[in-house]
Design a protein around this ligand. Sequence first.
Ligand SMILES: Nc1ncnc2c1ncn2[C@@H]1O[C@H](COP(=O)(O)OP(=O)(O)OP(=O)(O)O)[C@@H](O)[C@H]1O
Length: 312
Amino acid sequence: MDTDEREHVIEVTGLRRVYGGGFEAVRGITFSVARGEIFALLGTNGAGKTSTVELLEGLAAPAGGRVRVLGRDPFRERAAVRPRTGVMLQEGGFPSELTVAETARMWAGCTSGARPEAEALDLVGLAGRRSVRVKQLSGGERRRLDLALALLGDPEVLFLDEPTTGLDAEGRRATWELVRTLRAAGTTVLLTTHYLEEAEGLADRLAILHEGRIAVSGTPAEVTAGRPARMSFELPDGYFLGDLPPLADLGVCGHECDGRVVRLRTTRLQRTATGVLTWAERAGVELGALDVRSASLEEAFLGIAGEREAAA
Ligand SMILES: Nc1ncnc2c1ncn2[C@@H]1O[C@H](COP(=O)(O)OP(=O)(O)OP(=O)(O)O)[C@@H](O)[C@H]1O
C-alpha cells in the first residue's frame, strides 16, 4: 500500500518550538508518519531533533503549528495519547539502587495494560540481568533497560531518542532487529539518531534537520538520489592523473589527487568506472586500493551541512 493511502499516525504541520530566552529551536517543520513505518530524524548537534520529539511526546506545547499523534493533540489530550505510546528518552534517570526487575515492575505499575516485565526484559536481551542493580549496569545495558520500559505497554507508537547510543556493534544490531520485528507487528516508530547507517538500514523514510528546519526528507534512496558517487584508486609509479582520459568525458564532477591516490566524485558512476577500468586494462595498469561506492546517506548528510554552512 502507498504511504499516502495509509493512516497517518503522526502528523506534524508547521511545527515551532521556542525556548524561554526566545530561541527558536524548531522553525516550522512538516512531516507525517504512516502506521507501521519507521521514520528517522537526523541532524547535527542542536538541529532540533529532541526538541521536536518532545513535542510529539506531549512533554511541551508547540509555539506554533500543529502536531497530532493517533489523531489527537499529544499535549492537550495527553491522558488519551500517552497509554498508546512508548517513550525512550535520551536519559532514563531511574533509581540506581533498584534491580532491573524491580525497576521494570515499578514501571509496569504505572503503565496501563503492561505486558509481563520478564517478557519486556527478554525482548531486549536483559533476562539474565534481572537481579542486577541499575547502578551496576553498563551504559549499553541501561539503554536496553530504557527500551524495555518503553515496550512495557506494548505501544502502537514508539519514540526512540538515540536508542543505540553507547551500544556495542552487537547490541546495536540486536536493537535494529527488535525494531524491525516491532514494525512487522504494526508498531509505528519515530527515532532520532546520529548513526547514518542506522537510518539508512532501518528507516522507511527520514528527514534531515538543520537549524530547526527540514533540509531534505524522503526514503533513504530519495535522499541520496542526485548525490555524487565516489571512486578512488592508486596509480602505479610513473603514472599521473593526466594519463587518464579527460575526466569530464568520464562524467567526473570533482576530483582530488594526493600523490598517486586519486579520488573522483561522479554523477555517472557506471560511465566513470567503465572509463577508468577500460583505460587501465588497455594500458596494462594495475590500480591499487580500488574502491567504488554509490552515494550514501553520509554523503547526503555532509553535503547538506556543508552547503548550508557555505550559504550562511
Ligand atoms: N531548555 C532549553 N532552553 C533553551 N535552549 C534549548 C533548550 N533545550 C535545547 N535548547 C537549544 O535548542 C536547540 C536544539 O536542541 P535539541 O536538543 O533539540 O537538538 P538535537 O538535534 O536533539 O541535538 P543533539 O543531537 O545534540 O541531541 C539547541 O541549540 C539547544 O541548545
